[in-house]
Design a protein around this ligand. Structure first.
Ligand code: AMP
Ligand code: FE
Ligand code: FE
Ligand code: ZN
Length: 275
């Protein structure tokens, strides 16, 4: 099983800057065999990405990135090969997106309280139909000239220990894993190298986690090796990708970094035959 795959990308249906078609075209240009579209809390990119993949002759894996809370921290779970029509998944995402809207309003209130005159409309202009997140608020702050850079918005206001930070609604990990499984997908821990303690991994494994993302632009080589060992030890699947959001939102690009396509084959074997 030759070829490579990028199993973590975002479109403008979440906090990415590109269309699903552009992501697929970039994957094709990078010579990938497969690309997973894994927007935060939404499935809107999947139909167009799937169609573009079919036209371009590149495999598109239907994915999603869910947020859960473990030990007071925000942890991300990737769902792969999910059925985007699954009712339970769709209901979960609808409820979660509404709660994200409420939270974004609270962040804006806090910004306003410290005399940063950011309006809801400016944030909405960034988010469009996406589930509203801090990246959209950061982009709006930049657009309106309240900060000098996108990063600066996090450093000054939106980062986890900064004055305008508001937590998201807490989703327990077993619930998110069950939702992914109900949609016949695989649940994979995203970027554990961004402060995910071992106790969190243990807890997720007990809740039915299927795999761990070992390759990620923010993982140092020794972290990649560490998680690759762990995956083997625990008998889990391995995943990885660029977590591409667009130029200026991180350093990666589609297919850089990538993983061997063999990992996709292993996922499919784990899933078994599908209708
Ligand atoms: P949210 O889910 O709304 O809390 O937003 C989380 C997203 O914000 C992450 O996935 C990152 O893309 C981005 N983010 C969080 N902290 C930072 C930071 N310090 N610098 C840049 N981006 C960040
Ligand atoms: Fe993101
Ligand atoms: Fe993430
Ligand atoms: Zn991501």
């Amino acid at each position: 099983m030759t070829g490579s795959a990028d199993l973590h990308t975002h479109t403008f249906y979440s906090d990415g800057l590109h269309s699903p078609e552009e992501i697929v075209a970039a994957a094709k240009a990078a010579g990938l065999r497969a690309v997973a579209v894994t927007d935060h809390d939404g499935l809107d990119a999947i139909p167009a990405a799937t169609e573009a993949g079919r036209a371009a002759g590149i495999e598109v894996i239907a994915g999603v990135e869910l947020s859960v809370e473990i030990e007071n921290r925000d942890v991300h779970l990737l769902g792969y090969f999910i059925d985007p029509t699954d009712e339970r998944l769709r209901n979960h995402l609808d409820r979660y997106r509404r709660s994200r809207g409420v939270r974004a309003e609270e962040i804006i209130r806090r910004l306003n309280a410290i005399n940063i005159d950011l309006r809801w409309d400016a944030v909405l202009a960034q988010a469009g139909d996406a589930a509203v997140g801090r990246p959209h608020i950061a982009a709006a702050l930049l657009e309106e000239g309240h900060v000098d850079t996108y990063e600066d918005a996090f450093q000054r206001y939106l980062g986890n220990d900064r004055p305008c930070y508001v937590k998201k609604v807490s989703v327990p990990p077993d619930e998110a894993i069950d939702v992914i499984h109900a949609a016949r997908g695989l649940a994979v821990l995203a970027h554990p190298g961004l402060y995910t303690p071992g106790s969190t991994i243990d807890l997720l494994v007990h809740a039915g986690l299927d795999g761990i993302e070992t390759v990620h632009p923010k993982h140092a080589p020794d972290q990649v090796r560490h998680y690759q060992r762990l995956v083997k030890e625990l008998g889990l699947l391995e995943s990885g990708g660029s977590d591409f959001h667009g130029a200026g939102r991180g350093e990666s690009s589609v297919g850089n970094p990538s993983v061997p396509y063999r990992l996709v084959g292993e996922m499919k074997r784990r899933l078994g035959p599908r209708p």
